[in-house]
Design a protein around this ligand. Structure first.
Ligand code: HEC
Length: 272
């Protein structure tokens, strides 16, 4: 028979140990811990900032897309609700600027044509090996990157995050990474990359991308905007999810109230 005391003690010990390994991992392999940023899409009522998504897309297009694919995103997604809010005409014009591989034609040959709104973003390299041959490392596809990356929070934070609605680990990491080139004499040093040796030299510099809306053209701002854009590509239905969640909770509260009133009514004339 296991005593309840022993059980509680082992549980506390287990949680403590997980926490310690979490912290040890955070320090050993994971570089510095990214600082938490404030995002318009954070929290239970978060929404994307359309202007920010448009700027972030510009940064992706002019800088990151030279190496990173966005293979799960179609041009027409850019005009969908809850996204950067481009018009359909803008999306059509944008798609037409890309060359897309199609086919085979009647002769059995693949051919290139101008992109259409329904096409997905063509990748900069035909396959990962070609990317490695030219860059020395494989640039991951960016479609889901903001959700595929995280960092250990340690105990008790990892337990608290779901309750406090912290879901922006991935974007915080990407933002930190883009600002993490701290050693001038080592272009492959990044404070936040696991192991600190990254195969991507600093992709951003002040003034590199033209912002037409008066937003400061700085690395920090580019990093913020492109990270937000990557959050949208990873979770294009984020706004819908948060809205639905709110409606469900509101409904449950209402239902709880009605149930209580019903109970009162049913039991009103029963001696108890
Ligand atoms: C010159 C090519 C190049 C450009 C331009 C570039 N990257 Fe990369 N990126 C890479 C390579 C290569 C890797 C893989 C590095 C590694 O695994 O060591 C990478 C990795 C990354 C990672 C993943 C880090 C991880 O945890 O695995 C992120 C995030 C990233 N890049 C963001 C960006 C963003 C945002 C931009 C645009 C502002 C950008 N990159 C532009 C080549 C590039």
């Amino acid at each position: 028979m296991v005593q309840p005391k022993t059980l509680i003690l082992s549980a506390v010990l287990a949680i403590g140990l997980t926490g310690l390994t979490g912290i040890a991992l955070a320090e050993d392999q994971h570089g510095s811990v990214p600082e938490r940023q404030s995002w318009s899409f954070g929290g239970p009522f978060g929404t994307f900032d359309q202007a920010q998504l448009q700027r972030g897309f510009k940064v992706y297009r002019e800088v990151c897309s030279n190496c990173h694919g966005l293979s799960k995103v179609a041009f027409r997604n850019l005009a969908e609700e809850g996204g950067p809010g481009f018009t359909e005409a803008q999306v059509k014009a944008l798609a037409a600027e890309y060359k897309v591989k199609d086919g085979p034609n009647d002769q059995g040959e693949m051919f290139e044509r101008a992109g259409r709104a329904s096409d997905r973003f063509p990748s900069p390299f035909p396959n990962p090996e070609a990317a490695r041959a030219s860059l020395g490392a494989i640039p991951p596809d960016m479609s889901l990157l903001a959700k595929a990356r995280s960092y250990p929070r340690g105990t008790p934070l990892f337990l608290a995050d779901p309750i406090l609605q912290y879901q922006e680990h991935g974007v915080d990491y990407i933002y930190a990474l883009l600002n993490g080139y701290s050693k001038k004499d080592d272009p492959n040093w990044n404070d936040y990359f696991p192991g600190n040796k990254i195969g991507m030299p600093n992709p951003l510099a002040d003034g590199q991308v033209d912002y037409t809306d008066g937003t400061p053209a700085t690395v920090k701002q580019y990093a913020k905007d492109v990270s937000a854009f990557l959050m949208w590509t990873a979770e294009p239905k984020l706004e819908e999810r948060k809205k639905t969640g709110f409606r469900v909770i509101a409904f449950l509260i209402l239902l709880a109230g009605l149930t209580y009133l019903t109970k009162r009514k049913i039991w009103a004339n029963v001696a108890h």
